[in-house]
Write a protein that binds this ligand. Sequence first.
Ligand SMILES: O=P(O)(O)O[C@@H]1C[C@H](O)[C@@H](CO)O1
Ligand code: GUN
Length: 271
Amino acid sequence: HTSQRPKVLVICGSGLGLLADGAANKQTFRYQDIPNFPVSTVEGHEGCLVFGTIENTSCVFMQGHFHLYEGYSLCQVTFPVRIFKLIGVETVLVTNASGAICPDFKVGDIMIIKDHINLPGFAGQHPLCGPNDERFGIRFPCMSDAYSKDLRRLTWDVGNEIGCSDFIREGVYCMVSGPNFETIAEARMLLILGCDSVGMSIVPEVTVAKHCGLRVLGLSLITNMVSLDYSREEKVNHEEVLQISKMRAEVLQKMVTMLISRCQQQSINTH
Ligand SMILES: O=P(O)(O)O[C@@H]1C[C@H](O)[C@@H](CO)O1
Ligand SMILES: Nc1nc2[nH]cnc2c(=O)[nH]1
């Protein structure tokens, strides 16, 4: 149904579907119309695939991704990554919303993901469990460089250029399965473990992307501060997450659009 053959996949997290707005020549398909594609069940995830171009780079945007807490297996959650690998995608830009564990972070910060902790993976919920499909990658992939250093550096440069260096951070993202937000004891544990932010997504997709040789950049929008203190009265909710995503969507869109066009200009080919 499309002649576009994207080189870049952008996965839009909660409330971040607007990231596709920077693309030209758009063609949109609903997940529900694509055979065997999962459908989005969470508010803030439109459930559409948008093909388009940024400068001369062909891209595809997933407006909404899938979560364990929706009842999907990790095979279903990561299925689109392998589809796009087969279509010819080389770079994956994942975005999501997360809560700050690092007390120095602020709501509205954009955290460049330096590394992650795959907490469900520790408990055997891992997308690469089962027979290894050698067509995609090796049995024991290395994850010590999951997030491209070149793309992280480029993100700092782009952030400085568009004047948002004040709210760009870099840190370690931890995935939990959700759907509940953290207890205070859990949040304190995550701080001790070295996590800077916590959320419910993208680690399975990044793991599968890295396994099949894709280059990955991860940007996590800090939508709330996670309570580390029993005396704190504020309570996090999904509406607040969506509200902050909406507030930052425009700047993130500018950043993503510039990053994609810069990648093309500099033709960074290292993974
Ligand atoms: O889908 P992402 O990871 O962007 O969104 C986070 C995790 C939950 O889906 C939701 C909770 O508010 O935000
Ligand atoms: N687990 C988790 N996911 C989030 N997504 C957005 N904020 C949060 C949070 O505080 N905790």
